[in-house]
Write a protein that binds this ligand. Structure first.
Ligand code: ME8
Length: 517
């Protein structure tokens, strides 16, 4: 292993103009799974999430609610930190851009960019979308039904003319293209990488990085008429949280971040602006930006106006926390868009969790309870079939490492499930219930092999389903100290007394007997 075993992963910081929904929960979940996986794999992990609290959009929302923006952001930010706790996220920090540590950091970065000659004062005249907090070129716009101009995202834009500081983004085109070229894994998946590269190749214009027409933001050092553009402010959170402008300590340890996880809507900010700001300040760009896809609900775009926003609270109440966590990462190849439907959720819960994994554990552990005095059996010599199954399970850890390092959660989980399915085929063929009379010693060996596979699968699934796997490992009497990946190659000790098994993955039964949601 080269390099330090440390891992820094971030979610986007979410706008506080809205309540959290399944999309926000999804991004943070993906980060939580990677953070947990890396911790189990011996890495020193920092997992950051938080809220993006400045900007015109937030100022307008606060105004509408009739409260001061700070009181407004305090309230909405709490909804995001509550969601993180509810979903079991293991974030080590929760950053808010209204915190003094962040204001100091973003002002320090600004000052550094000014010193380097990367920021100059000019005048902005152009189109701005408050909803996207983004500037658009006239050639990117279309005309809406009411005659107003519309951004490619569908958001309305308005004409803005005001004095503004600019960042010399145009000067970074070639250096960015060289950077992408030298770091082929910097943007993933490939479709997003291609999109970013072609955008940059089309030419970059200097970026307006301050506003004077509203107040809710970080003041520009030395020019209090200006507040900083919310994206310069927001992106800087990733270095604030490791102590910037201090560059020893956590900064030295964790920066550059290993992964910024984002949705595909904000890849441009993370893959173009952010590395340019950092390189311009002589700071290292992050190692990787992964832009995942978009969730729809029963085939429809999720939107407040359609009234079909999926609440993570409702989902968890209905299906349980771990099944929801599993479903979100299993159902859709990570990076693609995905559709949430009740039917596909129930299929995963009942098919894979209850029938395939839950039953495998329940029936083998029950047999150990009933026929072997509730103790881990002593295995005899292994047959070729035993060895084959054990070898497939033993190979899973490396497979998962490789898939998760590419954020291919679906692929890693499919590999685990291929072993779960093989274990079901194995137990059916070995038929330990029949061996009970004919060859009890062989029955013990078969149940030992299955219990060993369950132990390994449960260890690997801990990042995805922490609660259920903990219960399963309890039932196998696996010590708390033997649950990280250094214990992967260890074995269950024969003779260990096991508690009475209880089902861990219940079947989902529709309250209205089979009616679709
Ligand atoms: O953009 N499907 O914040 P935001 C999947 N503050 N993911 C979704 C989703 C959906 N339907 N809807 C939202 C911002 N997301 C800025 C970020 S970072 C320095 C500043 C997720 O509250 C997805 O990760 O609009 C998307 O990128 C993010 O929420 C946008 O959150």
């Amino acid at each position: 292993m080269t390099g330090p075993r440390r891992y820094y992963i971030t979610t986007p910081i979410y706008y506080v103009n809205d309540s959290p929904h399944i999309g926000h929960a999804y991004t943070s979940l993906a980060c939580d799974v990677l953070a947990r996986f890396k911790r189990l794999d011996g890495f020193d992990v920092k997992f950051l999430t938080g809220t993006d609290e400045h900007g015109q959009k937030v100022e307008k929302s606060a105004e509408k609610a009739g409260v001061h923006p700070q009181a407004f952001t305090d309230e909405v930010s709490r909804r995001f930190s509550d969601l993180a706790a509810f979903m079991g996220y293991s974030n080590d920090d929760f950053i808010r851009t209204t915190e003094p540590r962040h204001i100091a950091s973003v002002q320090a970065l600004w000052t550094r960019l000014v010193e380097k000659g990367e920021i100059y004062l000019g005048k902005y005249a152009g189109w701005y979308s408050v909803r996207d907090e983004a500037f658009y070129g006239a050639d990117e716009l279309t005309t809406g039904a009411d005659g107003g101009k519309i951004a490619p995202t569908g958001a309305p834009v308005e004409w803005v003319e005001e004095p503004s500081y600019f960042f010399r983004l145009s000067a970074w085109q070639d250096r960015l293209l060289r950077f992408y070229d030298e770091h082929p894994d910097f943007i993933a998946p490939t479709s997003r990488r291609n999109e970013v590269i072609s955008f940059v190749k089309n030419g970059l214009q200097d970026l307006s990085v301050s506003r004077t027409s509203f107040k809710w933001g970080v003041p520009v050092p030395g020019d209090a008429d200006h507040i900083m553009y919310v994206w310069l402010d927001a992106l800087t959170n990733y270095i604030t949280a490791v102590g910037y402008p201090e560059t020893s300590g956590d900064y030295a340890k964790f920066w550059p971040a290993d992964l910024h996880m984002v949705g595909k809507d904000i890849v441009r900010f993370h893959a173009i602006y952010w590395p340019a700001f950092l390189m311009a300040a002589d700071l290292a760009p992050p190692r990787r930006v992964f832009a995942h896809g978009w969730w729809t609900n029963e085939g429809q775009k999720i939107s407040k106006s359609l009234g079909n926003v999926i609440s993570p609270y409702d989902l968890v109440q209905r299906y349980g926390l771990d099944p929801v966590r599993y479903f979100l990462l299993r159902e859709v190849p990570f990076g693609n868009d995905g559709d949430f439907s009740h039917r596909s959720m129930v299929n995963r819960v009942n098919g894979e969790l209850a029938n395939e994994f839950g039953n495998l554990a329940q029936r083998s552990l029950s047999m150990i309870g009933k026929n072997l005095g509730g103790q881990v059996p002593t295995p005899g010599a292994f047959t070729a079939e035993d060895d084959e199954l054990l070898a497939a399970a033993a190979a899973l850890l490396d497979k998962l490492r490789a898939s998760f390092d590419r954020q291919a959660f679906h692929e890693g989980l499919e590999a685990v499930w291929s072993v779960v399915r093989a274990a079901n085929v194995y137990i059916d063929r070995q038929a330990p219930w029949a061996l009970k009379k004919t060859d009890p010693a062989r029955m013990g060996t078969v149940l030992y092999v299955v219990a060993e596979v369950i132990r390994q699968v449960a260890l690997l699934l801990q990042p995805v389903m922490p609660g259920s796997t903990a219960r399963m490992l309890d039932q196998l009497a696996v010590a708390e100290t033997a649950r990280d990946f250094t214990a992967y190659g260890q074995h269950l000790a024969a003779g260990t007394a096991l508690p009475k098994p209880e089902g861990v993955f219940p079947r989902y039964v529709d309250a209205d007997e089979g009616g679709a949601a």
